[in-house]
Design a protein around this ligand. Structure first.
Ligand code: PGA
Length: 227
């Protein structure tokens, strides 16, 4: 089965970059673009994801958006619990679970992010940290996706070894046999092919490299080659 590419622009990109995606990809492609909210376009013929959502359905929550609003503009996916949300906006495991559940209730696929810090990685605590996040972040059931994003690999150019990615994805797969499992953290045109080849990696979540249309095309071609 063809693997997935999820492009997380974070607070980057432009209308022009969105147009470049529209010119290069369409709804037949297993690529989901997550631009800043303002570029989400109801008529876009490409799979769209949001980078965040609030769990309440409506109300006095200035600056927030609801899952119903995502439905209104045809957004079918939403990142939930990205480490930058946890770090800069104090999102807790409990909030992540509420957001993921709100997405599922609205037929939006949440892509739930988990990952360990460098200190935890170096102290060999990766599995226990991930286990706690899995216990506390996941809705009791539903077709969520999961992204393993070691925090120390995000935006740093560093990645875990292929064996480490393999071992984490195997551990998660044993708990979640049906869930799509993504790897994220410094995926780029040079390493995408070997990451896609890892058993139980169903796709990648790409930050920095997704801001360059040529780079994301190379990564997408690697996904297609691995189908
Ligand atoms: P990166 O970001 O590809 O720039 O490391 C990945 C992410 O944060 O999703």
């Amino acid at each position: 089965m063809q693997k997935y590419v999820v492009a997380n622009w974070k607070m980057n990109g432009s209308r022009n970059l969105f147009d470049q995606y529209l010119n290069n990809f369409n709804e037949a492609d297993n690529i989901i673009v997550c631009p800043p909210f303002i570029y989400l376009n109801t008529s876009a013929k490409i799979h769209l994801g949001a980078q965040n959502i609030f769990h309440e359905p409506k109300g006095a929550f200035t600056g927030e958006l609801s899952t119903q609003m995502l439905n209104d503009v045809g957004v079918k996916y939403c990142l939930v619990g990205h480490s930058e949300r946890r770090q800069h906006f104090a999102e807790t495991n409990n909030m992540v679970r509420l957001k993921a559940q709100a997405c599922l209730d609205a037929s939006i696929t949440p892509i739930i992010c988990i990952g360990e810090t460098l200190a935890e990685h170096e102290a060999n605590l990766t599995n226990s940290v991930l286990q706690k996040q899995l216990d506390e972040c996941l809705p009791s059931n539903g077709a969520f996706w999961l992204a393993y994003e070691p925090i120390w690999a995000i935006g740093t150019g560093k990645t875990p070894t292929i064996d480490e990615i393999h071992s984490v994805h195997l551990m998660v797969r044993e708990k979640l046999p049906q869930t799509k499992l993504l790897y994220g953290g410094s995926v780029d045109p040079t390493n995408a092919k070997s990451i896609f080849a890892v058993t139980n990696v169903d796709g990648v979540l790409v930050g920095g490299a997704s801001l360059d249309i040529q780079k994301i095309k190379v990564i997408y071609d690697a996904a297609r080659a691995n189908a």
